[in-house]
Design a protein around this ligand. Sequence first.
Ligand code: ADP
Ligand code: MG
Length: 697
Amino acid sequence: MNTLLKNIPKITPKYIKILEKLGLFTVQDFLFYLPFRYDDFSQTVALSDEHLNSVVTVSAVVMKTKLNRIFRRKMTIAEVYLEDENQTPLKAVWFNQPFMLESLPIGSEVRLSGKLSRMGKYFTLSNPAWERASREKTNTGQLVPIYSETPGLTSKWIRWQMKTFFANITQLEDFVPEELRKKFHLYSLISALGQIHFPENQEKLLIAQKTFAFREMFLMQIKTLRVKNTWEAQSATNLLLDEKLINKFIENLPFKLTGAQHKSSFEILRDLEKTSPMNRLLNGDVGAGKTVVAAISTLSVLSQKHQVAILAPTEVLALQHFESFCKLFSAYDFKIALLTSSYKLIFQSWEPKAQKITRDQMLGQIENGEINLVIGTHAIIQKDVNFKNLALVIIDEQHRFGVAQRSELQKETMQLKDGKKKTIPHLLTMTATPIPRTLAIAFFGSLDLSILDEMPKNRKPIITRIVLPAQRDQIYAFMRKEIDAGRQVFVILPLVEESKVLTEVKAVTEEHKKLSEIFPEYHLGLLHGRLKSKEKETVMQDFKDKKSQILVSTSVVEVGIDIPNATIMLIENSDRFGLSQLHQFRGRVGRGEHQSYCFLFTDSATKTALERMRAMEKSNDGFELSEIDLKLRGPGQLLGKSQSGFSDIAMENLNNLKLIKLARAEAQNIFKTDSKLKKHPLIAKALEKFAKDVHLE
Ligand code: ADP
Ligand code: MG
């Protein structure tokens, strides 16, 4: 099992190189390289619009072939024109696989499987899996596993190699105790692997997938319990609550706190009074007003002469917080610092504006306690930053860091040089992804939860509409009208996954070009993940300063700054996003006094996609939408991969909360009697590997 692949004579160095790039070094690694989907060649469909955007298998005959070379991009496109049983035309394309033309001579009958799309008059399949129609429905059964492929490595080869390895394995260590497997009708590891790679039928495949999902959930829960345990074993500084001071602050705010803000604030303030460290998640929709809750908590700590650190995921957001806190605390004598890689600023209320200082000066003042509040990016919890008496750490937009990374951040918080002996800082994390309570408890089991489920009263609901292709011009005309009235527009493009040629950056760049031609009279900004952070900032700043009217962006805009003047959020291929994410995008508008709009462009006719889009039209409530998303797509999809830290297989099979709850209950059972896992060495070992596989972004 631990045999290195490169010591296996049959695998040539060419393959070794590719496999190692994928992180596969040993036979075991290879066995755990799991398929990401299955082609069911047993059931073919006739081409029709109703199958657009879903994965289908089609029987067809090759009519014509053509090889296109794109010299500029050093690329070939093999085009194969076919007809299905009803003579409906179909075009299949393969990128950089010119040999496909030899494999598919004119007249050959084949079955093709892939996601169906349409270009002009042709139904199209891009890089489909295929097999000859004459062939027995593959020796692996009717369900053919498809692995994520890279150049030089095909699913066919992986299946073949997998088979050889499998023939030699009789036994595998399995950390899931047998009684648990029996109780939940799960496979042993070796059977689960067998069914994952060579499924006998759909039913057995499902059990195998459930087995894998359970394994991960179970480890994750044990890990969470362990973190919680270590956290609770620590002590923290108890910060007495000065109710008078807090109430005065609240009274002087320019608005009245919502009930939820008030309740959450006091939940936190009570936690801070304890000698055990707080570990609380503040979960509230975009615009629910988390900042002021953070400010109230901060005030309580600062008034007790202790320091506070606030972490934001981006520089832009850190700067925005710095500005908000300087304003909120302008009546108090606090020294507030902004520390990111580009900014080193200090603000004191008796000075008219923020001052620049050097990093060394700043570190000195953090260490001697002159600075009370430090706001910044991840940079502030680096090793050379020493505090005098740090008592509270606040992490904003935690969802950008991910659940798996959360425990890392938590660990880092415990190890901060807070200048105090024997205590650790209290920890408050904030997230703008509304998560249904049931799910939050399962996923964030190590935290206490405060929820802002009430929006400030002054919000105008955003008008949301689904837009079909035929209505595009109408919307463009509306955009023009709004821009001419002085407003601004966001245009968001999703990640394009199927086509490897059109990367996200290319797609957004092309859209930018296209829109620049449609709207020659305006300036259009372009934003994507490949830009350096300085460049991103310039683009955002230009938009904020109204130098550009339209901002074309990939999903990086999600964590954005406040642009109250933007009133239109236009989302292309909106069906590719989850509701929570769409709702996040929508939250970028509707922040000013003007009526705002969200347009969901879609050319997908699938029923669930439309159902999801309709939910967006109907509801402006993030918690309600996340409940719907949970029902329609399951918890895995709802949280998103980076958010959950799970593998694809666990994500796709997290379609029932019950499994998570069961895994949690069993983990708790084991932990109760054996928290050091002395009696469960296999679990301890698996956990160690699991923890190692999780890295900080
Ligand atoms: P988020 O929860 O997304 O971080 P913010 O804290 O940035 O939201 O708040 C969004 C806006 O709402 C800010 O301009 C803030 O001043 C304002 N705000 C916060 N609470 C209230 C309230 N209770 N009533 C009115 N406006 C509020
Ligand atoms: Mg915020």
